[in-house]
Write a protein that binds this ligand. Structure first.
Ligand code: IPD
Ligand code: CA
Ligand code: CA
Length: 286
């Protein structure tokens, strides 16, 4: 309770625009918001002197910087202090091996490649699952100071405004976001087939923005009409999926199954477009 009140006070003073949110959402969501805002501040400190940033390679086309590590440390400290009994899985440090029905999924800096190249499209993503089902999510873009969040049954917000998915009903006028596989080659053909299906359907426009969590937040807020990507990790999509669902959207894998967190293959859009894409993909596979 003390931690909860502290979070509300800190958030209200630093980010007055976000004040009303504290009244409607759970202590867990407020703690996650506080962690994301604190991490965002650290990320921007590194962004303001990118020329000094230390960047390490984790594998082919897979980078991590000291900004990722510092942001993750702050998030872990904040969440652990408030909920020491919860399981945590974070991109850079892995799992804490705690047994709990609650599990946080943390991407301290989604869009690292953009970040290290000075492209201002990156975010902090924090999601919470209960018994494997996403129940709340926070995605914070510290460059644009945009905070997307949602909690099961309570709707979704961007800063202090309710958000809804776009009501676009035609593939021909839809703007889709997507991810291009660039680390492993396994998903190249599935990706090309999906791209071909959408291009054959004369989809309006396709974007590759480079931060999957923000792509999902953009679907939730109607900036993108849909988004698909293969082989994502739970920390990329737990927060985004609940934010899309709570803004009236639909989320599944590319075969219309609900096991998208396990597979990492995801399609998010409003219900009509989602159905159109699934139908077209099924038809092309026949
Ligand atoms: C990556 C970004 C990117 C997506 C990759 C992710 P990271 O996350 O979200 O847009 O295409 O699949 O791994 O590595 O920057 O946290
Ligand atoms: Ca990520
Ligand atoms: Ca990351």
């Amino acid at each position: 309770m003390i931690m909860y009140l502290l979070c509300i006070i800190v958030t209200s003073i630093k980010y007055p625009k976000l004040r009303f949110m504290n009244n409607n959402y759970s202590p867990q969501l407020n703690t996650a918001v506080n962690a994301a805002l604190l991490a965002g501040k650290t990320i921007m400190r590194f962004y303001s002197r990118l020329e000094n940033l230390r960047v390490m390679s984790k594998g082919h086309n897979d980078y991590v910087s000291e900004a990722d590590h510092e942001a993750e440390k702050i998030i872990l400290e904040t969440l652990n202090k408030a909920y020491p009994q919860y399981k945590i899985t974070a991109e850079e440090s892995g799992s804490n091996n705690t047994q709990s029905e609650y599990e946080w999924f943390i991407d301290p800096l989604d869009g690292t490649t953009n970040f290290i190249h000075g492209i201002p499209q990156f975010a902090v993503s924090i999601g919470l699952c209960k018994d494997g089902v996403p129940i709340l999510g926070v995605i914070y873009d510290p460059f644009k100071n945009e905070l997307f969040c949602a909690e099961k049954g309570k709707g979704a917000l961007m800063n202090d405004k309710k958000i809804r998915v776009a009501n676009c009903s035609s593939m021909k006028s839809a703007v889709f976001g997507m991810g291009i596989p660039y680390r492993k080659k396994d998903h190249t053909s599935a990706y090309i087939e999906t791209l071909r299906t959408l291009m054959d359907a004369r989809v309006g426009s396709i974007r590759r923005l480079g931060a999957a969590a923000l792509d999902m937040a953009y679907v939730a807020s109607g900036r993108l009409d849909g988004f698909w990507e293969f082989n994502l990790k739970p920390w990329d999509i737990v927060a985004g999926s609940i934010i899309v669902l709570e803004s009236g959207g639909h989320v599944s894998d590319l075969e219309d199954s609900e096991k998208y967190i396990k597979s990492g293959n995801i399609l998010a859009a409003n219900l009509n477009l989602h159905k159109d894409v699934i139908d077209k993909l099924k038809k092309d596979l026949q």
